[in-house]
Ligand binder design. Structure first.
Ligand code: AMP
Length: 446
């Protein structure tokens, strides 16, 4: 199947060819025709599947088909994302795919000055990518008019709810016209997502693509058992001895990310940390230094890393295993993208055996283990309780973990099936009220 056969405009095909895409990914194949028809979509897909082009390409085509009046243009497509990084990336994709079309787009998120955003909005934009909090700030100041939105996209809706944005999203929905096309993308399904989808979507087409990396052959996964106190030493050893040039390293906490990045610098390995306590400027700078190769190691927490799209990232290291097994899948999904090979290593100490078991249970396979010579674990060391990520103290608590695990899709829904009822299959385990945790994580606590 080619992009041409999906009925996309020549300008869009030219833009994707320029990116080197030769054929649509499964989510693009399934979603594009329905979005072009104007249908609502409930998409089960995570970052790395090509979902952004899956909704951006048809969205651009639908907008260009409508006649454009004179004067400043109203916002006609609104894309909401949970994080600033994802918002910036989605807007970048809109610009890339819309390169040959006369449509205007901009991105707005918090943590940066509001005035330049106001100026851009005043000039008129067709497509607005935004995080919910800053969008509401604009709405309250009447610097954005959402009354002519024709297409709404909720990207990573599950993460949006996890981060406590549901109330903001509800307020935003009230500012939109009732008649519009709605596209909702989520990697997991919770009761809250189902509720949101039921209220939001009109006879949606359900689309799910295989959760890649659960069985991805592109990512080689390996566990290095090691002592708690020797992880940093082993990481430096691996980076040096294998001459890794670009490594994304995950820690559980913001403090841990800062500390590790400083320690790596002391070892002579250039590193930067990226997490929610950093200013937007520092985050953008760290990401750009990492992408351009001037920093070898980017140390990130889970939420900060969500949505990071770094082409052909070769190595991901779990310096600490995530408390939530689902996050392991998200983390290793940073590598092995778009057909490239990737490696995901996890440094696992005695404290983390239970976490490892949970991950293996989720991905339904035992991960290969290899002790690095010279770093054999000391079997006399006793396990200690694991330090949790802070964020209202609940960000990645085991309660939340249980909830998220229980709410992942349990069976694929068939492409093309429609109807308002939800066909994601049953969820396992009890549903806990996530709102408390979510409120704690709200805005900036990442
Ligand atoms: P996404 O899931 O939207 O974050 O996309 C993941 C990565 O896949 C991005 O780097 C895209 O540039 C890339 N990508 C998207 N569509 C295609 C395609 N049809 N062929 C190859 N790469 C693609």
């Amino acid at each position: 199947m080619s992009f041409e056969s999906l009925g996309l405009l020549a300008e869009l095909i030219r833009a994707v060819s320029k990116q080197g895409y030769t054929e649509p990914t499964p989510i693009q194949l399934q979603a594009i025709p329905f979005i072009l028809e104007g249908r609502d979509i409930m998409g089960g897909a995570q970052t790395g599947t090509g979902k952004t082009a899956g909704f951006v390409l048809p969205l651009l085509q639908r907008l260009i088909k409508q006649t454009l009046g004179k004067g400043p243009r109203p916002v006609r497509a609104l894309i909401l994302t949970p994080t600033r990084e994802l918002a910036a990336q989605v807007c970048e994709s809109v610009e890339i795919y819309g390169k040959y079309l006369p449509l205007k787009s901009t991105v707005i998120f918090g943590g940066v000055k509001i005035n330049p955003q106001i100026a851009k909005l005043r000039h008129g934009v067709d497509i607005l990518v935004a995080t919910p909090g800053r969008l509401l700030d604009h709405a309250n100041q009447k610097t954005v008019d959402l009354s002519q939105v024709e297409i709404l996209v909720l990207d990573e809706a599950d993460r949006m709810l996890d981060m406590g944005f549901i109330h903001d999203v509800r307020k935003i929905l009230k500012l939109l016209p009732k008649e519009r096309q709605n596209l909702l993308f989520s990697a997991t399904l919770s009761r809250d997502i189902t509720k949101l989808a039921d209220n939001l979507l009109n006879s949606p087409v359900m689309i799910e693509v295989a959760r890649r990396n659960l069985a991805s052959e592109n990512v080689e996964q390996l566990i290095h058992p090691v002592d708690r106190e020797r992880k940093r030493e082993l990481l430096s050893h691996l980076i040096d001895s294998q001459n890794w040039r670009q490594v994304l390293v995950f820690t559980r906490t913001k403090h841990g990310a800062n500390r590790l990045s400083k320690q790596l610098e002391t070892d002579g390995i250039s590193a930067a940390a990226i997490h929610g306590n950093k200013s937007q400027g520092a985050r953008t700078q760290a990401l750009s230094n990492f992408k351009n190769g001037s920093v070898r190691v980017l140390v990130a927490t889970d939420i900060a890393a969500r949505g990071l799209d770094i082409d052909q990232l070769p190595h991901v290291v779990n310096f600490e295993l995530p408390s939530v097994p689902e996050d392991y899948v998200h983390r290793i999904g940073r590598t092995g993208r778009a057909g490239c090979k990737g490696e995901a290593m996890s440094l696992v100490c005695v404290d983390e055996h239970k976490l490892l078991r949970d991950i293996e249970l989720l991905i339904k396979r035992e991960l290969p283990k290899m002790v690095v010579p010279g770093y054999e674990p000391d079997l006399s060391i006793k396990p200690e309780p694991i330090q949790r990520a802070r964020g209202g103290g609940k960000g990645h608590s085991s309660g939340n973990a249980k909830n998220r695990h229980s709410t992942s899709y349990t069976r694929p829904y068939s492409p093309g099936s429609s109807g308002k009822s939800n066909s994601f299959g049953k969820t396992r385990g009890k549903q806990s009220n996530r709102r408390g945790a979510a409120q704690g994580q709200r805005r900036g606590v990442k």
